[in-house]
Write a new protein. Structure first.
Length: 662
């Protein structure tokens, strides 16, 4: 039986094998709502990093500190960055030091698809750690596809693909990338993706602050300083096909040196902070089906992260520290089809994390994590359901003065997802889920000198969601496809880890104090229009409402106030027009009013902001070379805004790019 045939007509295990092995959209019915941006849409948007693309997903909040090299992190449905899992070609990205992953480091030059799941992925055939996230982002890179010889009429395939891209834009930004794909044999291929980025990071901004009585404190125009970046990235892949299976090996290296412009406070520009990052990881994946009823997946990874932080600001104490992280990861997932409509899976993950630093009295923590998941799924007629339970066992060891070992309380987190298709076909579905998840305190939370608290317990979250989806294809008329998703949800976060002032000299410590209750609505709609044979249009829009209240202590002045940086209303829209070789794309992003501190008072109020971006792309051929020229204008209306208070974002900016496919 061929791999394609093995992927057809099966229920859970083999369907998920198809999703892994065959690079195509799986035909399975999803039990968990998902949002996707594929390669074509990613190329047309004015996005250059994974963080930029995630702005167009509902329920996502992006923290952007501004500029090409500014740090960019995300959180999902107001629960915080630590509750969001991020996977790169099926293997989780991690940061045991602070739990935050700078998604600005990951380029879109070699990305085929980005998928966001609230809750967890619509698959029980996945690593155990994937069952523990409150939400997950899956980044899938491009697997080589080789075209037939053009114009020969003979079924022969080229063995090499080469793609070169160069881009120049505002802030002295120059970006170039190369993607080389090579067929090594009938079953083995390789790809190498490399990129280079440099920018001064300088851009004009208006700095305006007012006193609570409305009078002007500062109002000036300045140039953002110390936001330069110099970065290199290289990624190498090997892909192999097996009988009813596949394997992949990946090596990744990212090296950067950048300035940290810092917050602008009291009309003072900070210029003393610098950071260098050297991030590398090596990972391997092996997938195999044994007959029609059993499939197995094996993953392995080694990661090494080196961060050098320097602060030479004359107004502060000098800092020159290095942090070195190591991670070893191993995972096996196994799924068995018990009956034609019923399957079960068992997964096991092992993680070893170690953090070193050249800081006095550092704890030098090491963490060993063992995760075991048991899951089952049923797909019968009008019902698809999925249930799982994850057991997590974590042991920390430190050596600050004397070696000390801490065995944290085992955590058990169940989940139940149900999707009902009341009518024949799959054009309408109703779904609901309840899920528990938690996040372990990071090394910084537990062991940071004079701040950590080794007695912290995990931060827990319970999620409730109910929604529906409409999905319809049309064979006649202008509209060729229309889709809509609606979700209402309630999240309760308990034992939230917060920094709290305590003791003499106003020292800070980490405590389990927080309780946050979150109510929200996510709405997403998209449609494809076939106006004429050569003229097509696509439209996509999303809206998010979030009411995220701090309900920790009724005696607090900010009790029942909206938590910082969460707008009540936010959304985005994308409109794309294609005519022959021309593509015009317009995108709009909106974030409503919010507060930058816990107290919802006028002094902490942040105004709404929105941006409009335009891009125009033209594809043409010169001597069998396929070329793509693109012009972009971001923040067309030149709005002055801040995502994070005192970190001004760029105004109107431009870029030109040229891509050559050989």
């Amino acid at each position: 039986m061929s791999l394609t045939m093995a992927a057809q007509g099966r229920l859970d295990s083999v369907q998920h094998v198809r999703e892994i092995v065959v690079v195509s959209k799986p035909a399975m019915r999803e039990v968990v709502p998902s949002q996707k941006l594929n390669g074509e849409m990613l190329e047309r948007l004015n996005t250059h990093s994974v963080a930029d693309a995630l702005r167009y997903f509902s329920g996502i909040q992006l923290k952007d500190y501004g500029g090409v090299g500014g740090i960019k992190t995300v959180n999902i449905r107001s629960m915080g960055t630590h509750h969001l899992g991020i996977s790169y070609d099926g293997v989780a990205l991690g940061n045991a030091q602070n739990g935050q992953i700078d998604l600005g480091q990951f380029s879109l030059d070699n990305v085929e698809e980005i998928t966001l799941y609230n809750g967890q992925k619509s698959a029980i055939f996945q690593p155990a750690s994937d069952f523990g996230n409150a939400g997950s982002i899956y980044i899938r890179t491009k697997e080589p596809e080789f075209r037939g010889n053009r114009g020969t009429g003979v079924r022969r395939y080229e063995n090499t693909n080469l793609k070169i891209k160069a881009q120049y834009g505002s802030s002295d930004m120059f970006r170039t990338s190369v993607l080389w794909e090579q067929r090594l044999s009938e079953t083995v291929s390789s790809s190498v993706s490399a990129g280079f980025l440099t920018a001064s990071g300088k851009y004009k901004f208006r700095y305006e602050r007012r006193y609570p009585d409305g009078t002007t404190a500062w109002d000036t125009t300045a140039v953002r300083q110390n936001g330069d970046i110099h970065a290199e990235r290289i990624e190498a892949n090997l892909y192999g096909r097996l009988w009813q299976g596949s394997w992949q090996m990946k090596g990744y290296l990212y090296n950067s040196a950048r300035g940290i412009p810092g917050a602008i406070v009291n009309n003072v520009w900070r210029r003393g902070e610098r950071q260098q990052d050297l991030n590398t990881f090596f990972q391997a994946a092996y997938d195999k089906s044994v007959g029609d009823k059993f499939a197995t997946r094996w993953l392995a990874k080694y990661a090494y992260y080196n961060t050098h932080y320097v602060n030479k600001d004359s107004t502060q104490l000098p800092v020159d520290n290095r942090y070195k992280q190591q991670e070893i990861y191993f995972s096996t997932a196994n799924v068995l089809e018990l009956l034609p409509n019923w399957s079960a899976s068992l997964s096991y993950d092992f993680k070893w994390n170690k953090l070193d630093a050249d800081i006095w009295n550092f704890a030098y923590p090491t963490r060993i994590s063992n995760l075991v998941s048991l899951a089952t799924a049923i797909d019968y007629k009008h019902l698809k359901a999925q249930a799982s339970v994850l057991a997590t066992f974590i042991n920390d060891r430190t050596s600050r003065l004397t070696p000390h070992s801490t065995l944290h309380t085992p955590q058990f987190t169940p989940a139940l997802f149900v999707n009902v298709y009341p009518f024949r076909g799959t054009f309408f579905s109703m779904r609901a889920y309840i899920k528990q998840s938690f996040r372990m305190p990071t090394f910084n939370d537990l062991y940071y000198t004079d701040m950590g608290n080794a007695n912290l317990v995990p931060e827990r979250a319970t999620q409730y969601d109910i929604g529906f989806a409409l999905n319809k294809h049309f064979t006649h008329g202008i509209v060729s496809h229309a889709e809509m998703h609606f979700d209402a949800y309630y999240n309760a976060v308990h034992d939230k880890i917060v920094a709290y002032p305590k003791g003499q000299q106003f020292r800070w410590t980490m405590l389990n104090l927080g309780k946050v209750h979150i109510k929200g609505i996510d709405v997403e709609a998209e449609a494809d229009f076939r106006i004429t044979k050569d003229f097509v249009a696509t439209a996509r829009a999303q809206y998010t409402y979030q009411d995220a209240r701090d309900v920790t202590d009724p005696t607090d002045s900010y009790y029942n106030d909206q938590i910082p940086y969460i707008p009540w209303h936010s959304g985005s829209a994308i409109l794309g027009l294609s005519y022959k070789n021309w593509d015009l794309n317009y995108s709009f992003i909106y974030a409503g009013e919010r507060y930058d501190e816990q107290e919802n008072i006028l002094y902490n109020h942040m105004e709404p902001w929105y941006t409009s971006d335009l891009s125009l792309r033209y594809q043409f051929t010169v001597h069998s070379l396929r070329l793509t020229a693109q012009a972009e204008v971001n923040n067309v209306l030149d709005q002055q805004y801040e995502v994070i208070v005192n970190y001004p974002m760029p105004g109107r900016n431009f870029s030109l790019s040229l891509t050559v496919d050989i």
